[in-house]
Design a binder for this molecule. Structure first.
Ligand SMILES: [Zn+2]
Length: 189
């Protein structure tokens, strides 16, 4: 289906192939496919062979390198933990669109980490720093600073939030389970 001017699109929606049109504002090139970066309205310019998406939100907070974000771990697989970004640290505004960032095992903490599951688990809330933005699926995050890392850990056995036990360990008040994490000094428990 051909996307036309005035169509409402969402982040990640396919707009056109890059051989056909040039990606412009509000879009990104994903291996030859132009996709929308934002929630907004399509402006397709067939004369100048370009396509853009005008965001519906007037002043959305923008993610860029160095931005501190807070999010929830939604998957930990192999070398990468996926984080659904809820918001920008210090900003009460929710993000207008849905972003997912990734923490590579080498960016989780200083020093050696044998398994990413010793740093994060699904359901944890983390604070992280954006190190690179390359479209929707290309947001790289880092948690190796003292103030970065898990601020709320969820027990893998019973889904309760856990209490701080030591510098890199949390304990479940419900089932006594102990687990390792890359913790922020601002751990909230
Ligand atoms: Zn538990």
């Amino acid at each position: 289906m051909k996307v036309k001017s005035g169509d409402m699109v969402f982040p990640g929606d396919f707009l056109a192939v890059s051989e056909e049109l040039l990606p412009s504002e509000g879009t990104y090139d994903d291996n030859g496919k132009i996709k929308s970066l934002v929630v907004g309205e399509v402006e397709r310019d067939d004369k100048n062979k370009s396509i853009k998406v005008i965001s519906r939100f007037s002043t959305p907070p923008v993610l860029k390198t160095g931005t501190r974000v807070v999010g929830e771990v939604i998957d930990v697989r192999g070398q990468r933990a996926l984080v659904r970004i809820h918001g920008i640290k210090g900003s009460r505004r929710a993000l207008a669109t849905y972003f997912v960032g990734g923490v590579h095992v080498s960016q989780a903490k200083k020093g050696y980490l044998s398994k990413l599951t010793e740093a994060f688990r699904i359901g944890d809330i983390v604070e992280a720093k954006v190190t690179r933005v390359m479209g929707l699926d290309g947001i790289d995050l880092q948690t190796s600073g003292r103030e970065l890392g898990v601020i709320k850990a969820m027990c893998t056995r019973c889904r309760h939030f856990m209490e701080l036990n030591s510098r890199d360990e949390v304990k479940c008040p419900n089932c006594e389970n102990r687990e390792k994490r890359k913790l922020s000094i601002n751990y909230e428990g």
